[in-house]
Design a protein around this ligand. Structure first.
Ligand SMILES: Nc1ncnc2c1ncn2[C@@H]1O[C@H](COP(=O)(O)OP(=O)(O)OP(=O)(O)O)[C@@H](O)[C@H]1O
Length: 246
């Protein structure tokens, strides 16, 4: 968890009254949430609660029917590729690495819009320093990497945009327990070393609560809890939503 800075409680990234509809399915129903500079915030909840849709709504990838996303207290109305340039990176569920490209080429895709070659090289160096495995395998094709290594690559590619906020969608999905620990440790390290603000959607409740400052619990498209990991551990809110009693 990085240093939470700023003179007030202003949210760096904020969703206000957001509703999303996929045809007849109301995936998010008037939700409000956000993240302060330096915070690591989790979004948790059962399958279909709307967690991924929260991140997609920020990135302009979900059909928002009402509400507004604010970035540094200003409405965020840019197209998806512009949002990345604004300083918000999205690491999608399932990693989505380019298997037919090398590790280096995959990383470079994270700042494809950048024409400054020296800056691109600087970012490559710093990402490879953070992820020694990517440096070691930099000339290998991504298809030759394990699931855990591909997740590190997806994180590294997100960081190539030098983001202020990193949005992570289920970074530990499908990984072995020992690798899950490594991924959480790396997310915590990114927060500590780079002071990156992080919003992470996770199904691994125990693991994620150990690395976040705060968490939102979603159920059926609404926010049913917002608080510290301690506040969540002290209530039975998770039992209620996961057993369908909320
Ligand atoms: N592209 C889509 N078209 C239609 N319905 C969708 C689409 N994407 C999501 N939904 C529906 O919206 C609701 C919320 O989905 P979302 O993926 O955000 O949930 P989630 O909490 O991330 O779930 P999971 O843990 O299963 O990924 C679900 O009912 C889902 O079926």
């Amino acid at each position: 968890m990085g240093q939470v800075s700023g003179s007030d409680d202003a949210l760096l990234l904020e969703l206000v009254g957001i509703s999303v509809e996929y045809g007849a399915v109301r995936a998010l129903d008037d939700i409000s949430m956000g993240v302060r500079k330096g915070e690591v915030v989790a979004v948790m909840g059962p399958n279909g609660a709307g967690k991924s849709t929260v991140l997609k709504a920020v990135m302009g990838l979900a059909p928002v029917v009402s509400g507004q996303v604010y970035w540094r207290q200003r409405p965020l109305a840019a197209a998806t590729h512009e949002i990345v340039k604004e300083g918000i990176a999205f690491v999608p569920q399932g990693r989505r690495v380019f298997t037919h490209l090398t590790i280096t080429e995959n990383l470079e895709m994270g700042c494809i819009y950048l024409s400054d070659r020296a800056e691109k090289a600087r970012r490559l160096d710093s990402v490879m320093e953070l992820f020694p495995v990517l440096h070691e395998k930099r000339r290998d094709m991504a298809s030759a990497m394990s699931g855990g290594q591909q997740q590190m690559l997806a994180l590294g590619r997100g960081l190539m945009g030098a983001p202020e906020v990193l949005l992570l969608d289920e970074p530990t999905l499908g990984l072995a327990p020992i690798i899950v620990k490594e991924v959480f440790a790396k997310v915590a390290e990114i927060s500590e070393r780079l002071d990156t603000t992080i919003m992470v959607v996770e199904h691994n409740i125990k693991g994620v609560l150990d690395i976040v400052d705060r968490a939102y619990v979603l159920d059926k498209g609404t926010v049913v809890h917002n608080g510290t990991p301690e506040s969540i551990r002290e209530t039975d809110i998770l039992t209620q939503v996961f057993l369908g009693r909320a």
